[in-house]
Design a protein around this ligand. Structure first.
Ligand code: MGD
Ligand code: MGD
Ligand code: MO
Length: 768
C-alpha cells in the first residue's frame, strides 16, 4: 500500500492553528496562563531551561519561541496551579485512588509534601523529610543490594543521574535500569555492534546538508515537533523524505509552522513526505532488504554497462566488514517473500531505492516503530546496512538519527546509569571514590520485572517515571508489586505506581526542571544531553510549586547518606548539593573526554558535542570497521507465530495528547480521534471480514501459548487507513496485553509494537 503524498486524505496538517489552540487551551485548563507564558519565553533559550518534553536538539540560534505544542503542554502540566497536599490524602484512601484513571491521578496537581503509606488507614500520610530518609535508609541497609532496583525515567539531569548511579554502586549494585530499556536500548545495542557508538551520528548541521531522509516508525508531528522545522527547511531545499509507517501520520504528511505568521494566515503547508510507504507492522526488515536488493540490481546493471557503480565500493572495502555475506543474503531473498512480509509492492520498494541511489547524502531517521520489536536490534542494523551501501555514515548531511525519547535519557546513560557494567566507567569511579564497584551485571527493565514476579527483587526506588504502567505484563506486575518490601517514588505528580505500592511506600516530591532551584551557593543550573549528543545547560525560572519540595540532587544525596555507612566520607554529598558545579567537576573528572571544562562549556549556544568516532569513520567495533549485520530471516516475530485469519498484529503508540503515561486529555487531534483512548484502529476490510461494524465494542486477548490470560475489554473499533492484519491502540491502556517474554532478542526492549491479538465482541456493558 504505497501512495505518493496527497494532501487530500489527511485532516489538518501538523502545527498550524490547531496547535496554537491546543497550547492556549492547556494553559487555561491548568490555570497556568501567566507563569506558563512567562516560562515559555525561556524554554530552550540559551539562558533558560531545556524543555522537559522530548530530547530533540536545541539550535544555537533558537527562534524567539523555541517550543512546540507538546513542549508547551508539558510546561503547563508541570506549572499547574493545582496541588496535592496532605489533605488530599485525608479525603482519598489508596483503595479509592486505585479506581481513578491515570489522567485524574496526575491531574490532581503537583505533589507538595513527602508522604508515607500507612497500612492501618490505607492512606498516604505526611512524614518529615528526615523521618522519610531515615526509615528508607534503615530498610535499604537491611536488604541485599542486588535485590533493590534503582530505576530512572529519562528526565533527571546529568548531575542527578551521576549522583544516582554512584549511590547505587556505593550501595553495592548495578541494578540501574532506565527508560532506555523500554525505548532505544535496541539502538544502543544495534549501533554499538554495527558502528561502535551507541547513539546517533548526526547533528543539526547535517539537516542543512542532507538531500534525503529515510524515515522509519517515528511520529515527528506529535513526539518531536521541533524537528519539523529543520525537516520543513530541508523540504524547501528540495530534499526528499521517504517515509515507512503503517499509518499515514499527519505530521509526516504536511506541516504548517505555527510560529510563522505568514504560513498561519495563508494556511500554507509544506508537504513533508515525498513518498509514503504504509509498511506492515514489523515489515521494515523486509522493506529494507527489498531496497538493498534493488540497489544491488542497479549496481550490477550500472557496472555491466560500464557506468559508475551505485554502491560505494571504495568505502565498503576500506571501512566495512561483512559486505559479501550481506549481499549474498540480499540476493538470496526473493521478491514474493519481501512483498508479503513488508506488505509493500516491489514497484514501491524500487521507487524508494531509486531515490536512495540518486541522493548525495542520506540520513536514516527512526523511532519506536523500529526499536520495540522482537527484531528491534536487527531493525536498527538494517537501517545502518542501507546507509553503508553508499557510504552514508561519517560525512556531512549523512548518518543515522535515532530520535530519542525523554529529554535526558541519552545523557543518563552517558554518565553511568546502566545495568551493564562494561558501559559504566567503573575503573574510574573506583579510583575517584576509593571503592570497589560491583562488577557483575545488574538487571534491566525486563529482568527487574522478572525479579519482581519471582520475588527476588525486594525494593524499587524510582527516580521519576511510572514503572508499573510503562512496563509490560501489567496484571501480573501490579499484583507482585504489592509484595515488594519497599517502594520509593521520587516524583512531581501522583501516578499509578504510587497507588499500587509496596508494603512500605514513600512518595518523595521534587522540584521540576522549570523551577528555580536555590541551594546554599545560590540558584543552581543543571545540564542535559540531547538526541544529537549535544550537552546543554538549563536554568529553572518558575516559582517552585511548594516551598516544601526538595531538588532531585538533594533527595538523591539524602538517600545516599541515610543508606551508606555513617562514617562514609567518600563522596562530599553535602558540598555537591550546595553547589552543583562541583558535581559537574566530578563528572568531568570521571569522563574527561566528553565533559572537560564542563562548567564553562555547558552554556555554549547549541551545546557541546560529545566525541563520536563513527562521525569521523573511526569504528570502535571488534573488527575496527563498520559491520553489516543482518537477521536470519525476514520474519520479525519468530517466537509468536500464531498466524491465522483471526490473529491481528497490534502496535501500541502515543496520542497527540500525552507524554508517555502522562495523559493530558482524551483527544488525538491529528488522527481525528475524540473523547476516548479506548479505541482500536483497524482496516475497514479486516473489520468486515472479522464480522464487526464501526463503533463495535470488543475485548482484546493476546494470542500466546502460556497459561497467562492477557486481555483488555470494551475497546471501540474505529476504521482507519492501516495495512491489512494490523491494529493500533494506545499506550499505556494496552500494556496488559504485552507478554514480558515478548521483547527484542538482543536488547530486551519489550515488543510493544507487535502483539498478536484476537478480538471478540465485548461481553461487559460499556462503561465510557
Ligand atoms: N508529545 C510527546 N512527545 C514525546 C513522547 C510522548 O509520549 N508525547 N514520548 C517521548 C518518548 S519517551 C519517546 S521514546 C518518543 C517516542 O516517539 P515515537 O518513536 O514516534 O513513538 P510512538 O508514538 O510509540 O510511535 C512510533 C511510530 O511508529 C509507527 N510504527 C509502529 N510500528 C511500526 C513498524 O513496525 N514499522 C514502522 N516503520 N513504523 C511503525 C507508529 O505508527 C508511530 O507513528 O517520543 C518522545 N516525545
Ligand atoms: N505499550 C507501550 N509501553 C511503553 C511504550 C510504548 O510505546 N508502548 N514506550 C516505552 C517508552 S519509549 C518509555 S521511555 C517508557 C516511559 O516510562 P517512564 O519513564 O517510567 O514513564 P513516564 O510516563 O515518562 O513517567 C511519568 C511520571 O514521571 C514523573 N515525573 C515527571 N517529571 C518529573 C521530574 O522532573 N522528576 C521526577 N523525579 N519525576 C517526574 C511524574 O510523577 C509522572 O507521573 O514507557 C515505555 N512503555
Ligand atoms: Mo522512550
Amino acid at each position: 500500500m504505497t501512495e505518493s503524498t496527497d494532501k487530500r486524505d489527511v485532516g489538518t496538517p501538523s502545527g498550524g492553528w490547531g496547535s496554537l489552540k491546543a497550547v492556549t487551551g492547556i494553559l487555561i485548563k491548568e490555570s497556568a496562563v501567566l507563569p506558563g507564558m512567562q516560562a515559555l519565553k525561556h524554554q530552550n533559550q540559551p539562558d533558560g531551561f531545556a524543555c522537559i518534553s522530548c530530547s530533540w536538539a536545541k539550535p544555537a540560534d533558537p527562534s524567539t519561541f523555541e517550543f512546540c505544542e507538546n513542549g508547551a503542554k508539558a510546561t503547563a502540566w508541570e506549572l499547574t496551579s493545582r496541588r496535592v497536599r496532605p489533605e488530599f490524602f485525608d479525603q482519598h484512601t489508596v483503595a479509592e485512588l486505585l479506581t481513578w484513571e491515570d489522567y485524574d491521578l496526575e491531574n490532581a496537581g503537583r505533589l507538595t509534601t513527602p508522604m508515607r503509606w500507612d497500612s492501618a488507614t490505607d492512606r498516604y500520610v505526611r512524614v518529615s523529610w528526615e523521618a522519610a530518609f531515615d526509615d528508607i535508609g534503615k530498610r535499604l541497609r537491611r536488604l541485599d543490594p542486588d535485590s533493590v532496583i534503582f530505576y530512572a525515567s529519562g528526565r533527571a539531569s546529568l548531575e542527578t543521574s551521576y549522583m544516582y548511579q554512584l549511590f547505587a554502586r556505593l550501595y553495592g549494585t548495578n541494578n540501574l535500569p532506565d527508560s532506555s530499556n523500554m525505548c532505544h536500548e535496541s539502538t544502543a545495542v544495534g549501533l554499538m555492534a554495527s558502528i561502535g557508538v551507541g547513539v546517533g551520528t548526526v547533528q543539526l548541521e547535517d539537516f542543512k546538508q542532507t538531500d534525503c531522509f529515510f524515515f522509519f516508525g517515528q511520529n515527528v508531528g506529535t513526539n518531536s515537533p521541533r524537528m519539523l522545522h529543520p525537516l520543513q527547511e530541508a523540504r524547501r531545499r528540495g530534499a526528499e523524505i521517504i517515509t515507512f509507517n503503517p499509518i499515514r501520520e499527519p505530521g509526516l504528511v504536511s506541516f504548517t509552522n505555527p510560529q510563522s505568521p505568514v504560513e498561519m494566515l495563508t494556511h500554507s503547508e509544506t508537504a513533508i513526505s515525498t513518498q509514503y510507504h504504509q509498511v506492515k507492522i514489523g515489515g521494515d526488515i523486509a522493506a529494507i532488504t527489498g531496497m538493498c536488493k534493488a540497489i544491488v540490481a542497479a549496481d550490477d546493471a550500472a557496472r555491466a554497462s560500464g557506468q559508475s557503480a551505485v554502491i560505494d565500493h571504495a568505502f565498503i572495502a576500506e571501512h566495512t566488514h561483512g559486505f559479501d555475506d550481506f549481499i549474498a543474503f540480499v540476493r538470496a531473498t526473493q521478491w514474493p517473500e519481501i512483498e508479503s512480509e513488508s506488505g509493500l509492492s516491489r514497484a514501491a520498494i524500487e521507487a524508494a531505492a531509486g531515490v536512495y541511489c540518486r541522493a548525495k547524502a542520506v540520513m536514516g531517521v527512526y523511532g519506536m516503530g523500529l526499536t520495540q520489536h522482537r527484531r528491534g536490534v536487527e531493525n536498527v542494523q538494517m537501517v545502518v546496512n542501507l546507509l553503508l551501501l553508499r557510504g552514508n555514515i561519517g560525512r556531512p548531511g549523512a548518518g543515522v538519527c535515532p530520535v530519542r525519547g525523554h529529554s535526558n535519557v541519552q545523557g543518563q546513560r552517558t554518565v553511568g546509569i546502566t545495568e551493564k557494567p562494561e558501559l559504566a566507567p567503573l575503573d574510574k569511579l573506583a579510583e575517584q571514590y576509593r571503592f570497589e564497584p560491583p562488577r557483575h551485571a545488574g538487571r534491566n527493565t525486563v529482568e527487574a520485572c522478572e525479579g519482581i514476579l519471582d520475588g527476588s527483587v525486594k525494593a524499587f526506588v524510582s527516580l521519576g517515571g511510572n514503572f508499573v504502567r510503562a512496563a509490560p505484563e501489567t496484571a501480573l506486575l501490579e499484583e507482585a508489586w504489592r509484595e515488594l518490601e519497599l517502594t520509593v517514588q521520587i516524583a512531581t505528580k501522583l501516578n499509578r505506581s504510587h497507588v499500587v505500592h509496596g508494603k512500605a511506600s514513600y512518595v518523595l516530591p521534587c522540584l521540576g526542571r522549570i523551577e528555580v532551584d536555590r541551594q546554599a551557593s545560590g540558584e543552581q543550573s543543571v545540564a542535559m544531553e540531547d538526541s544529537t549528543g549535544c550537552m546543554h545547560g538549563s536554568r529553572g525560572r518558575a516559582t517552585p510549586a511548594a516551598d516544601t519540595l526538595l531538588s532531585e540532587p538533594a533527595i538523591v544525596a539524602a538517600l545516599a547518606r541515610a543508606t551508606l555507612p555513617d562514617d562514609d566520607d567518600r563522596v562530599p554529598w553535602g558540598a555537591w548539593v550546595d553547589d552543583y558545579s562541583r558535581v559537574r567537576d566530578a563528572i568531568a573528572e570521571t569522563l574527561p573526554e566528553i565533559f572537560h571544562d564542563f562548567n564553562a562549556r555547558m552554556w555554549i549556544p547549541g551545546g557541546f558535542h560529545r566525541p563520536l568516532g563513527a562521525c569521523h569513520r573511526e569504528w570502535a567495533t571488534p573488527t575496527k570497521r563498520a559491520n553489516f549485520i543482518f537477521p536470519p530471516s525476514l520474519n520479525e516475530n519468530p517466537d509468536l507465530t500464531f498466524e491465522g485469519a483471526q490473529v491481528m498484529r497490534l502496535m501500541t503508540m502515543r496520542s497527540d495528547d500525552q507524554f508517555n503515561t502522562t495523559v493530558y486529555g482524551y483527544d488525538d487531534r491529528f488522527r481525528g480521534i475524540k473523547g476516548t483512548r479506548r479505541v482500536l484502529l483497524i482496516n475497514a476490510d479486516d473489520m468486515a471480514r472479522l464480522g464487526f461494524e464501526e463503533g463495535a465494542r470488543v475485548d482484546v486477548r493476546t494470542v500466546c501459548d502460556d497459561d497467562v490470560e492477557r486481555s483488555v475489554s470494551n475497546f471501540t473499533l474505529q476504521p482507519f487507513n492501516l495495512p491489512a492484519g494490523c491494529l493500533a491502540g494506545y499506550y499505556p491502556e494496552c500494556n496488559p496485553l504485552v507478554p514480558l517474554f515478548h521483547h527484542a532478542v538482543g536488547s530486551k526492549v519489550p515488543g510493544y509494537k507487535s502483539i498478536p491479538v484476537r478480538l471478540t465482541r465485548a461481553t461487559a456493558t460499556a462503561v465510557s
